[in-house]
Each structure stands twice: as C-alpha cells, then as structure tokens.
Design a protein around this ligand. Structure first.
Ligand code: 7RM
Length: 654
C-alpha cells in the first residue's frame, strides 16, 4: 500500500529542535579495502529484497535447500521455507576443511588476567562433547536449556552445543537476581540449567551458584544442573541434580552429528523486559536469523580474515548472541572475549586489551563511551590503539559529543564509526552505515541496511519525509523475531498493531532529515511534551552533554500545571568539576542556547550515577517517578538499586 506523506509535523508526531551538521566520510585507505565499495547494493536489494537475502543465504551451509525465500502472512513471516541447516555447523564444521581450522576462534581474557585461546577445531570438539553431555542428560530437540553464566568460553560452547542437538538455549545474564532467573526458567520450562560456581566483577566474586540454588527452589521443570568451575568458589552441590561440567566432559566423544533443523525451528529464546510486568521471551528461528547476523557482521563491520574483533557486550544480551557468537563465528572471525569490568584494575583495561591483542574492530555502547569520556583521555592515550580500524556503537542514541570523542581519542581520527540501531526483537542490525561508503553524521545511524525497509511515520501512518515521528519497519527481514514464547497474541499486539499488521513498530521515536538520514530519538514512552511540543529526551540530553562540565545526562518530563510538562534533568559531571548554583544556571542557559527556551529544564539535579539497566540503558521511567514525587515503579531490572534510592533522597532535599 503506498503511503501518503504528511506535510507538517502534527501534534502527535515528534518535533526535532537540535541540528547536527558535521559530516565525516571514510578516508581513501579505508574505502579502497572495504568489502562494500559500491552504493548500488542498496538499489539492487530494494528492487528485489528476496533475491538479495537469497544470495546472502547462499553464503551459509544448508543441509537441504529452501523452497521459498519468504512466506509472509502478516504478522507472521517464514523465511527460507523448506530449508534445513544447523547453526553450529555454520559456526564450526564449515571451517574445518579450510585454513580457518587452526585459527583462533576465541581469545578469552579473565578479569584477573588469565588467558585462554580456542581454535575453531578445539571449539568444535568442545561443542560436540558438551552436546553429548546434554543428550545424556535427556535433552532432546525442542527442549529448552537455561544458561546462567559469567562471560567464559563455556557459555559459547553451551550455546553451540544446544544448537547442535536442536535444543533452544535461554541465556539469562549473570547479573540478574535469583528471582529473575526463576521467572525465566519457569516461563521456558527449561529442563537443564548450566551455571558456574561464580564469576568475577571488579575483583569480587559473584556467587552465581548460590543465586541459582535460590531460584531452583521454585523451578519444578529443572532436572539437571551443570556447574562450570570458574573460580574455585565454594558451592553446595545437590546430590542427584548437580554435576560439575569437567566431570561430565571427561572421556566424552568429540563427535556429535548435528540435528538437521528446519529453517523455522527455534534457535533460542532471549528474555527482554518490557516497560511493565512480565519479561517477554523473544523467540528467534534458525534460518533467517543466521542469514541476517552472518551478512550484517560481514558487511557492517567490514570483517576480514585478519581481523581481531571485539564486541564488549556480555553474551547475556542479544548483542552478545548475534555479534559475539553467531555472526562472527559463522564468518570464521577471531573473537575476543573479556570477562570483566572496564575499570579493573584501572580505567585503562579496555585499551590495554586492545593494545595487547592488536584489536582491529571494536564495538561498544554509548554508556561505556560516556564513562570513558568522564575518566579522561589520559587512559586511551597510555596505550597503543593504532591497530584499530573500525569502531561501532549500539544500545542507545549516541550524543554527538560522545561520537566525536570516540572518533578522536579511540579511533585516532582515522576509523569509521558504525552507529548500529537494532533490538533484541530484530535480531540483526537494521539501521547502520556501511563503513566504506556511508558519509556519517555524529548521532545518526544513517540508513537501513540493504534489504531492510524503514520509514518514519506519524501517528496515522503517513510517511514523514523531513521531521520527527515513529520508526517503522515496513517489510519483513530475515532475523525478525518469530513470536513471543508462549504468548503469540502479545507478539501481534505489541509489535504489529500500531498502524496495520504489515508494519512493525519498534517503539522508538525517530527523525529523518532532508538527506534521508535516520536519527533515533529514544523510546517513545520517554518522549517529553512541553507546551505542546513533543521532543525526544535525547535532544535535551545531547545539549547538556555538549557542555564541557557534563559527562552524562538524563531528562524526564514531570507534570506541570501550565506547560503540561516541565523538564527535570539529572546530570553527572566530569571528574574534578565541583557543583555550585552558578553551574545550574549555566547549564539551563546552555540548553536554551542549543535548543530554545521551551527546553529549559526547571530542575537540575547533580548525581554521581544515573540509574541504569544491567545492559547500561538509562531508566528514565524511575527518574520520572522521582521528579513527580511518586513511589518508585518496578526496580528489578536496575543494575544498582542503591543509585535510585540515593537520588530520590537528593531530589527531595533539593
Ligand atoms: C541491540 C539492543 C533495543 C533498544 C532500541 C533503541 C535502543 C539500540 C540504538 C538504539 C539509538 C542506536 N537491543 N537502541 N541501538 N537507539 N541508536 N544505535 O540494544 O533490545 O536491548 O534494546 O535500544 O531504543 O529499541 S535491546
């Protein structure tokens, strides 16, 4: 259906006030060697997306070819229908007959400093051995296995072993509580839990097995627990239920035939918290997902055989699933994994690791970049970062100041930056530069990946050509979620009902500029409404972070009799900056100068930390509760609950 174009930004759309005009083109040296040199890929993919994705799919190993690329019965899509494949074969077996066989698949460094290297051949053998362990524990095709582990190679091995025998893994990030683990195990009705004696975080033990034991009191579906020895931490083993990984692996055969999976068979479940209540079990199928992550890894990161690729995300997040495990391994890449915190034992740890392993591709989150900025350039400057050739970001909108800092002080002014927009639900990167051809603008994720169709729409579903509105995906894409586990209705209403059943609503605000660039503005639940203007939180936050004293900011709207909403800003200052009344006024004026009087914050509160989820996203919903003097809503996904309590007190005192 052709869409009408909306002429003016209506009340229900989003106004955009901040403009960023800087533009950065990839340098000649990068362009010359890039995998994608020619922008015709966009037109080709747009003219026949199914043919484009089919050509990408031919780069994977299929055990039986597909009959049809796409069967689309909105809102349900089936990809590579009739095809059979196995994800572990695509990550491992396919490399064994090539030079990749004895190349490092995983370079792992523990937080205390241990090093481990697994070649592709070794990773293959360990995966087969653990697949045999799972089989002996009674795990069959279609069963669910929950993984609650630190960032150790065994986590990747366990995922690939599940994939090998056709069981779905459900990874629960090791930072989650016993209660969250229990809820996720029960929703999936997992029969086996794989965990570890503990993990390290800033030198302190995280007692994973203890939390698991607590959860296991209320998880009737679990029959067996496998425990990886990570740190020789004391654990209580329950007779008949708990076994150590190393005991089970002993004398295990390193051969395990892969289960031929239907393209639409489930590969994994990954839980993502909604704004309210019960977490959603996002289901990814095998064929389309593998095609999506394989292709985007290769083209977005310009991946080459010589690269040392480091995505700093924990495997417990979708970024780790797609861009630590399945995407890079299916491409035969050398993947670096670091278990611990960026500031342990000092704030140079990430840069020391980049230097030591000669990392070439580095992919991290804006929240991390803002911390690096706060810690100062002396840390990256202490280390040799000249091996880096490409930088990426994901997770939140990146404010232009952080983008430029990242480019200058990490990338040495020479590395292209790929700002990649996507979600747990999309499975793969959706909006992103292609580093060899895209002229980037700081803060913009630029354009949909070839074969992906996105628009900015207004409330009524009319296309916004130049201005703000809602991001929409207007065609199915291969790595799209298949459903919400056990809740197909929620799948349809949550994602496919804002406009019509053919249009996916990701829940983000976005703007398009005159050149067609996409600017992501944050979650629409967070949008501010001041005197009739709907503006993204991102804009006011960017204006604040643009001030030399500010490291990070979160802005929320609070009910106001006259204006509808007034703005409250929570601000973290750079190290060594002292707060005083003058700075409050100065920051308010700074925002007025950058955006206009309507965006002047009523309140500015300084804080040492902002409340964030465990994956680093700012929880504005809780800040809004504080600003409006309400009791705090659900705080279970907070990384550090103490932060919000301190802030609440602070706000009341001010
Ligand atoms: C990969 C991931 C998804 C939400 C998404 C956005 C935000 C992610 C960007 C971004 C602006 C980006 N999955 N988001 N990447 N916003 N620019 N490059 O983060 O499921 O955990 O979160 O994250 O709001 O909807 S996620």
């Amino acid at each position: 259906m052709p869409r009408k174009t909306s002429k003016s930004t209506s009340q229900s759309s989003i106004d955009v006030l901040l403009r960023e005009e800087r533009i950065f083109r990839p340098n000649a040296a990068f362009r010359r060697q890039a995998s994608v040199k020619d922008a015709s890929i966009y037109g080709k993919a747009a003219r026949d997306p199914e043919a484009f994705w089919a050509s990408c799919a031919r780069d994977l190993v299929w055990l039986r070819p597909w009959k049809k690329v796409l069967v689309w019965r909105p809102p349900h899509a089936r990809w590579f229908v009739g095809g059979k494949l196995n994800a572990s074969v695509n990550c491992l077996d396919r490399h064994l007959g090539t030079a990749v066989r004895n190349k490092a698949a995983i370079l792992w460094e523990g937080e205390p400093g241990e090093e481990r290297t697994l070649t592709y051949a070794q990773l293959f053998r360990e995966t087969c051995r653990f697949a045999n362990v799972l089989k002996d524990l009674g795990v069959r095709k279609g069963d669910r296995v929950t993984l609650y582990m630190p960032l150790v190679p065994e986590l990747a091995i366990a995922m690939l072993a599940c994939a090998r025998i056709g069981a779905a893994h459900s990874v629960v990030f090791g930072g989650f509580s016993a209660e969250s683990l229990k809820e996720r195990i029960n929703d999936a009705k997992a029969t086996v839990l794989v965990t570890a004696d503990g993990g390290f975080r800033r030198g302190v033990e995280v007692p994973l097995k203890k939390f698991a034991d607590e959860a296991l009191r209320g998880t009737p579906s679990i029959r067996h627990v496998v425990v990886v020895r990570r740190g020789n931490f004391p654990v209580q083993m329950t007779e008949g239920r708990d076994r150590f990984w190393h005991d089970l692996m002993r004398d295990r055969s390193a051969e395990c035939p892969p289960e031929p999976m239907d393209s639409e068979d489930m590969l994994y479940i990954l839980y993502t918290s909604g704004t309210t209540g019960k977490p959603k079990g996002i289901v990814h199928a095998t064929g389309g997902y593998m095609v999506g992550v394989h292709t985007t890894t290769r083209l977005v990161f310009d991946l080459k055989p010589e690269d040392v690729y480091w995505c700093t995300a924990d495997i417990g997040w979708v970024t780790g699933h797609s861009y630590v495990v399945y995407g890079p391994l299916s491409n035969g890449a050398t993947v670096l994994m670091y278990e611990g915190a960026p500031d342990w034992p000092d704030r140079g740890r990430f840069w020391q690791i980049c230097d030591k392993y000669r990392v070439t591709i580095f992919y991290t989150a804006p929240t991390a970049i803002r911390s690096f900025m706060r810690w100062g350039i002396e840390w990256p400057e202490k280390h040799d970062l000249t091996s880096l050739r490409l930088l990426g970001t994901v997770g939140e909108p990146i404010n232009p100041e952080a983008w430029v800092w990242y480019r200058n002080f990490v990338g040495g002014g020479r590395c292209p930056i790929v700002d990649t927009w996507w979600q747990t639900e999309t499975g793969m990167i959706m909006i992103t530069p292609l580093p060899g051809i895209t002229a980037t603008k700081p803060g913009s994720a630029t354009h949909p990946f070839p074969g992906v169709s996105a628009e900015v729409l207004d409330e009524k579903g009319r296309v916004v050509k130049d201005g703000g509105g809602y991001l929409a995906i207007t065609r199915p894409w291969p790595a799209m979620l298949q459903t919400i586990y056990g809740d197909p209705e929620r799948y349809a209403t949550q994602y496919w009902s804002k406009w019509d059943a053919k249009t996916y609503f990701p829940g983000d605000g976005a703007r398009r500029d005159r050149q067609g660039y996409f600017w992501l503005l944050g979650r629409v639940d967070d949008v501010l409404n001041v005197a009739g203007h709907r503006i993204g939180t991102m804009e006011v936050e960017s204006a604040l972070v643009d001030h030399p004293s500010v490291a990070e900011a979160a802005v929320v709207g609070k009910a106001h009799d006259l204006k509808g909403q007034a703005l409250a800003a929570f601000v973290t200052l750079k190290e060594g900056i002292v707060t005083n009344g003058d700075l409050v006024d100065e920051l308010k004026s700074h925002v007025v100068r950058k955006i206009g009087a309507l965006a002047r914050p009523d309140d500015i509160v300084f804080t040492a930390e902002l409340p964030k989820t465990r994956s680093g996203k700012i929880m504005r919903r809780l800040l809004k509760d504080i600003a409006e003097g309400r009791a705090l809503g659900d705080t279970t996904t907070l990384a550090d609950p103490a932060v919000i309590q301190a802030l609440k007190q602070r706000y009341q005192e001010d």
